[in-house]
Design a protein around this ligand. Structure first.
Ligand code: 4NP
Length: 155
């Protein structure tokens, strides 16, 4: 079977997109559907290349039994051709991707929360928790969990 290749994208690739990456991977594994998906994440910025996710995000994930081991990776030009679904966490990441993608590859780019059953509208974002407090990280976790759940059902 041809795998659906999914790329989660945020700014730093140390909070939101590696969380979605780890949570979706865990759900796929628990559903016994590992042969259907290839999952990766990256950042539009390159500051955290090679780093483990932010420790506040890892602590929140650990509370839910999710281990985050991804190492920061920045967006590559070839990602547009390689991945089937490219899912930015916010509108700024989305615009950044649209500016770089060519032709039909632009159609692969969809806001991650387009899969969120509780999204208030089509512009719903996963808020950047980096400069905020702990509650921002638990809010990100809730959004990511229900969005990944619904996404797995939809795919
Ligand atoms: P992320 O959060 O995009 O969810 O990984 C951020 C991480 C780092 C920075 C910004 C956002 N930063 O400016 O270094």
């Amino acid at each position: 079977m041809k795998k659906t290749k999914i790329l989660f994208v945020c700014l730093g690739n140390i909070c939101r997109s590696p969380l979605a990456h780890a949570v979706f991977e865990d759900m796929v594994k628990k559903a016994g559907r590992e042969d259907e998906f290839e999952i990766e994440s990256c950042g539009t910025g390159a500051w955290h290349v090679g780093s483990l996710p932010d420790e506040r995000m890892r602590a929140e994930a650990a509370k839910h039994g999710i281990e985050m081991t991804h190492r920061g990776r920045t967006l590559q030009v070839l990602d547009f051709e390689y991945y089937d679904l490219i899912l930015p966490m916010d509108l700024s990441n989305k615009q950044n991707l649209l500016d770089k993608a060519l032709g039909d590859d632009k159609d692969k780019i969809k806001l991650f929360r387009s899969f969120d059953p509780l999204a208030e509208d089509e512009y719903a974002e996963v808020p950047d928790p980096y400069y905020g407090g702990k509650e921002g990280f638990s809010n990100v976790y809730k959004i990511v969990e229900r969005t990944c759940e619904n996404m797995l059902k939809a795919l």
